[in-house]
Design a protein around this ligand. Structure first.
Ligand code: NAP
Length: 314
């Protein structure tokens, strides 16, 4: 441990960073040590990482000086923002810039920036099929991250393009809801197109693979997926795994955007991008690349077998 290279992990108490932290800690002879960054070292998830051997350090993405202290001496830095805490692409970009600046100040040898593609490149600015949001974005949590790529460009960086977590099914209340007919239904504006999905835990395992591989991934973009499935395929797999009937209702994106829950417009635009630009979105993500970096990469059925107890149907 004493000679291990430190990887400072933002979001360590969350899905992506947590997966990376656990991957580092599960491989004590791998040559890396985990510095888990959180605003609250006393929270349960931080204590769990400390109990497994992580160095837990307090820092706030809204305070660049705290990031500089937290990244000091680190060989590697994993940078992930949490758009869903504030819903602001501008704030997400500021947090990304502060993390890039702090990684630069620390002289980090390898930085991974968890990013997404700029969906605006897929359509002309005058395209009216979906609204612009927050003034100049199609999908703010994608486009803001893509704009933030530039903050990292002079660093030894790997851009990690992630996919939709299947874990959203239990984490964000996306699970199918029981109808009067006893059939569980859920609604997406995805038509019969495939969704690139992944077990959230696998993102961190891929990131660990990138840090282990080192130099060869610097300056590269790595897009990852666990499995690409239509919503009908996912519904059938859920039905089989959970022992209930599940029906996917396909709606138009305009209908989805009007549902009114926080972020409905953003999610509607995102799913419409997945639907209208299936080839581009799937083409930017590779299962083979993910599996080569994380040999235990799960497919949907494997993820479901491990996580079905977390899915509460009502
Ligand atoms: N859900 C999906 O399907 C999906 C797919 C692709 C990409 N993403 C992207 O993933 C990102 C979120 O990552 P996640 O799912 O791993 O997050 P998460 O599980 O929701 O956890 C959020 C993490 O961010 C940390 N954090 C948030 N604000 C912070 C701040 N101001 N200072 C320090 N730490 C802060 C939290 O740490 P503490 O609270 O402990 O401080 C926590 O560890 C989003 O930007 C989203 O766009 C999500």
């Amino acid at each position: 441990m004493a000679n291990s290279k430190v990887i400072a992990v933002t979001g360590a108490t969350g899905s992506q960073g947590g997966g990376l932290a656990r991957a580092i800690l599960a491989d004590p002879s791998g040559g890396f040590a985990c510095r888990a960054i959180t605003r609250d070292p006393n929270k349960d998830k931080a204590r769990e990482l400390a109990a497994k051997g992580a160095e837990v350090v307090r820092a706030d993405m809204d305070d660049v000086e705290s990031l500089k202290k937290a990244f000091a001496g680190a060989h590697g830095v994993y940078c992930v923002t949490n758009f869903w805490e504030h819903f602001s692409a501008e704030k997400e970009k500021t947090q990304a810039k502060d993390m890039a600046d702090a990684a630069r100040a620390a002289g980090a040898k390898h930085v991974i920036w968890s990013t997404l593609e700029d969906t605006r490149t897929l359509m002309s600015p005058g395209d009216t099929r979906m609204p612009m949001l927050q003034g100049k974005y199609r999908v703010p949590h994608f486009d803001g991250k893509a704009e933030a790529d530039a903050y990292f460009s002079d660093l030894p960086v790997t851009y990690l393009v992630t996919s939709f977590y299947w874990d959203n099914i239990y984490m964000f209340g996306m699970a199918p809801k029981k109808g009067d007919d006893g059939v569980y239904g859920w609604t997406f504006p995805m038509s019969d197109k495939k969704l690139a999905g992944i077990a959230a835990e696998d993102i961190g395992k891929v990131a660990y693979g990138i840090f282990k591989a080192g130099q060869q991934y610097i300056g590269k973009t790595v897009g990852i997926t666990g499995e690409n499935l239509t919503l009908t395929e996912i519904s059938d797999k859920l039905a089989k795994g959970l022992g209930v009937r599940v029906k996917y209702n396909a709606v138009e994106p305009d209908a989805y955007r009007s549902f009114g829950f926080p972020g409905a417009d953003e999610m509607g635009n995102m799913f419409q991008i997945y639907r209208d630009f299936e080839k581009e979105v799937l083409g930017a993500r590779s299962r083979d690349a993910a599996r080569s970096l994380n040999p235990s990469l799960q497919n949907f059925d494997q993820w479901l077998a491990l996580n079905k107890s977390k899915i509460h149907l009502d």
